[in-house]
Write a new protein. Structure first.
Length: 203
């Protein structure tokens, strides 16, 4: 549910239509459906996964794609999101090692929403990270791993949350009490700087 809320919020901020947002929300709800085929003890493991255990977990993308491909959905985004939400912009993801320009926008959005959720949530092997530290990491990993425009949309939505201008908040208010608008603005500028090589333009 968190990934669906984050992904739909990003899509809305990017100016996508209500129909497109609905499709992305539905796809995000189903993105990890393939995990029903994976041994649950792997997800509860506090130590480092063995290679064969990691492969079993990674296969949830392919297994999930098989599951949703056998059903008829009104949203074309579902199969592609389920299969590719762990792909990364530089081709380092899985299962197909696709690059950013090969990935539909819906996939790039859910990839960021899923990562944001994972990093701000407790896991058996670590505690959750703060929202600001996660935002810093997403900016650091853009555009090499994540679509910069999607990460920027996440920052814009968080800024609107802080200003109480969002129709739907991404996070409970207590999660963002230590963050200021200026903090988000600095991150946004850093993201733009990374894209431009920190070049300065003058008239």
């Amino acid at each position: 549910m968190h990934v669906a809320r984050f992904s739909a919020g990003i899509a809305t901020t990017l100016g996508m239509s209500e129909e497109e947002v609905a499709g992305i929300r539905a796809a995000a709800h189903l993105h990890d459906i393939g995990k029903v085929t994976v041994d649950k003890q792997f997800f509860a493991k506090a130590s480092t996964l063995r290679p064969e255990e990691f492969r079993a977990i990674a296969d949830h993308t392919v297994m999930g794609h098989q599951i949703v491909s056998s059903a008829r959905f009104p949203w074309p985004q579902v199969p592609e999101v389920v299969r590719w939400h762990h792909e990364r912009a530089d081709g380092s993801g899985y299962p197909d090692r696709l690059h950013n320009d090969e990935l539909p926008l819906s996939v790039r959005i859910v990839a960021v929403g899923d990562t944001f959720d994972a990093m701000t949530s407790d896991r058996p092997y670590r505690q959750s990270n703060s929202v600001m530290s996660v935002c810093h990491e997403l900016v650091r990993l853009s555009p090499s791993k994540f679509d910069s425009s999607v990460v920027q949309a996440l920052l814009v939505h968080l800024r609107r949350d802080l200003e109480n201008k969002s129709a739907t908040r991404l996070l409970p208010q207590q999660k963002t009490t230590q963050i200021t608008v200026a903090d988000i603005d600095r991150l946004s500028c850093d993201l733009v700087g990374r894209l431009t090589g920190h070049r300065v333009y003058s008239a």
